[in-house]
Each structure stands twice: as structure tokens, then as C-alpha cells.
Ligand binder design. Structure first.
Ligand code: TRP
Length: 335
């Protein structure tokens, strides 16, 4: 039996943090064995809200791929490619744009939230490109024949819209595409160092996969603990302490148990607790840091991965577009 095709990706707009690691990267590393996995570096989509900052997008493409490879995404198993180098996607997006109304895009909950968050960039009036990015994302997925899209909850409205486009396309031009399904990550969202529900760059509360030992220690020493615990022998509540929360990610079960018991009994100082967590976090991320160091010293590896991945994805996209053009009666010449 042939493996099912996964298409997923990220906008290259910043370094990945441990929220990305536990939320999606571990899944991708697991899934690359059972699925035919394609991961796109969504540079075109990144430009929809960074059109005035091409440097930023460009620099983050390499960073993103280094993050992928250092976390265990294996280019022998997963095809990693650059979105802008698949012009077939742009072509398919134009065809799809006839099948989507403006009001439907304006009602897309993810797009709606993002527009509200980007008042500074867009003012009162959003661009055509940003409003339309769900159409282009439908292009990304379907031009590669994506069947499964592993993603977070925020991507659900985008996948739903993609499914609608596919149904409309198939009903007008004939069955060309499969409706992709979202595979929702079961892993819960990782909270920030400050206790915020979300870890994010703009919130300044993230531990990055690429953080140095010093950075990790500094960040963990500043993590939010039980505010009612002032003296070392005050009884603490580990349930509202970020240090205890991260111990569960990076420390052994036995250590977590000890942390919890000693904290509740007032037998453990927060400073000591943070030092232990920092040491474990540093160890946990060590192999990724080492891999990153190696890749940074060998940029030709990144280039090769992207070159080969993009060539492979492009071939697939070309095949799809032949079918699309035939179905849409745009196949003018016989070769
Ligand atoms: N929208 C995704 C994000 O913001 C990135 C993305 C672009 C994507 N094209 C995709 C994800 C196709 C899954 C499939 O992270």
C-alpha cells in the first residue's frame, strides 16, 4: 500500500521554540516514517504580512530548515521545499480565486483574528494578498496532492476553506483533487516562561531550540514561580509555578515527583529548583544545538536539501497542473 501524503509547513518569520518542538516537530519526526511527508517553507505566505521586510523572510528560511534538521526531520524521509519556487501553486491559486467569495474570506475566523492583530501593518484596509492567503494555502496543499495536514487548531478554518474549494473545483471541472484532512496535534500548547497561555516571540517568553546554555539558564532563572512563596520554607503550590511545569517536559518522572513533594512541603528553594531545571533543559536540547552547530558550519547541506526537495516537489506540482489544465479545458497543445 502506498503511504498517505502529508503536506504541512511554516512561515519563515522567526526561530522555532520549544512550543513548536512539542506541538508539531515531534509529530513530524514520528510521522515521517509512516507517511509521505512534504514540508514547505512558506516564504510567499510569510510575505503576505511581511511584504515590507523581505530580508527577514529570507534570513529565516535557512534558520527554519536548520531548526527542522536539528530536531530530527530527516531529508531522506521528508521532502523540504521552498514555496516560492513552485510557481504552479501561484497559478492554481489564480484558478481557485474564482471559486471563493470575498465575504467568505472575510468570515474565515483565523484570517479575521489576524487582520485585527495587524492593524499597524494594514490600517483600516487589508491587502488582497493577505485576505487571499487561505486560497494560496489551498494551492499549497492540493498542488502536491496533500491528503493529511498536521497542524494546530488555528489552521482548522484554513483547511476547511481548502476543502470547500476542492469540492467546488471538483463539482465544476470534474474530480481532480482529494479533500485534505487536518490532523490536529494532540499535544497541548506549551505555556510561556511568564505563565502566559501562549509561548511566542512577540511575548518575549520563549525558550528557543537554538538558545545557548547561557540563554537557557538566564531565561529559566527568570521564570514565574508561585508568587505566594517568599521564603524558602514557605509551602509552595507547584500547580501555579512555571518551573514545575517545565520540569514535566525536561526532567525525569522521579525528579518531577521530588520537585512537587519538596515544593509543597517547603523543603526546596526556587533557585535550586530552577538550576536543576536549567541543567536538564540544557541536556535535553544539547543534541539539537550540536546538530545546529554542524549545519551552520556546513551551509552546503542546507542548500542541497532545499535544492533537491524543491525539485521533487516541483515535479509533483507540474503533474498536478497538467490534470488541472485538462479538466479546465486549458490544455491547448497536444504535448
Ligand atoms: N499557515 C501556516 C502557518 O502559519 C503555514 C502554511 C502555509 C501551511 N502553507 C501551508 C501549513 C500548507 C500547512 C499546509 O504556520
Amino acid at each position: 500500500m502506498s503511504k498517505k501524503r502529508i503536506v504541512t509547513g511554516d512561515r519563515p518569520t522567526g526561530k522555532l521554540h520549544i512550543g513548536h518542538y512539542f506541538g508539531s516537530l515531534v509529530n513530524r519526526v514520528k510521522m515521517q516514517d509512516e507517511y509521505d511527508q512534504y514540508i514547505l517553507v512558506a516564504d510567499v505566505q510569510a510575505l503576505t504580512d511581511n511584504f515590507n521586510n523581505p530580508e527577514k523572510v529570507r534570513n529565516n528560511v535557512k534558520e527554519l530548515v536548520i531548526d527542522y534538521l536539528s530536531c530530527g526531520i530527516d531529508p531522506e524521509k521528508t521532502c523540504i521545499y521552498i514555496q516560492s519556487m513552485i510557481p504552479e501553486t501561484a497559478e492554481l491559486t489564480v484558478f481557485y480565486s474564482n471559486l471563493v467569495t470575498i465575504s467568505r474570506l472575510q468570515r474565515n475566523p483565523t484570517v479575521k483574528t489576524e487582520i485585527a492583530q495587524k492593524k499597524e501593518l494594514f490600517g483600516e484596509s487589508v491587502t488582497y494578498g493577505f485576505l487571499g492567503y487561505p486560497v494560496s494555502q489551498a494551492g499549497d496543499i492540493t498542488v502536491l496532492g496533500g491528503e493529511i495536514v498536521p497542524a494546530g487548531e488555528d489552521q482548522e478554518p484554513l483547511i476547511e476553506q481548502c476543502r470547500e474549494i476542492v469540492r467546488k473545483f471538483n463539482s465544476i471541472y470534474g474530480e481532480v483533487f482529494k479533500e485534505p484532512e487536518i490532523y490536529l496535534s494532540q499535544n497541548k500548547r506549551i505555556k510561556g516562561l511568564d505563565g502566559n497561555e501562549k509561548m511566542g516571540k512577540s511575548l518575549g517568553n520563549a525558550i528557543y531550540i537554538s538558545d545557548s546554555e547561557e540563554e537557557i539558564t538566564k531565561k529559566i532563572m527568570s521564570a514565574v514561580t508561585d508568587p505566594n512563596r517568599i521564603k524558602k520554607d514557605d509551602k509552595g503550590n507547584p500547580d501555579i509555578c512555571m518551573v514545575s511545569y517545565y520540569h514535566k517536559l525536561f526532567s525525569s518522572e522521579q525528579e518531577c515527583k521530588t520537585v512537587c513533594e519538596e515544593c509543597k512541603a517547603g523543603k526546596r528553594g526556587c533557585v535550586q529548583c530552577k538550576k536543576e531545571l536549567a541543567a536538564n533543559t540544557i541536556e535535553f536540547l544539547r543534541p539539537m544545538r550540536e546538530k545546529r552547530e554542524y549545519l551552520e558550519a556546513h551551509p552546503e547541506i542546507i542548500e542541497k536539501v532545499l535544492r533537491e526537495g524543491t525539485a521533487k516537489a516541483k515535479k509533483e506540482a507540474e503533474e498536478t497542473m497538467k490534470k488541472v489544465k485538462k479538466a479546465m479545458k486549458l490544455d491547448y497543445f497536444c504535448d
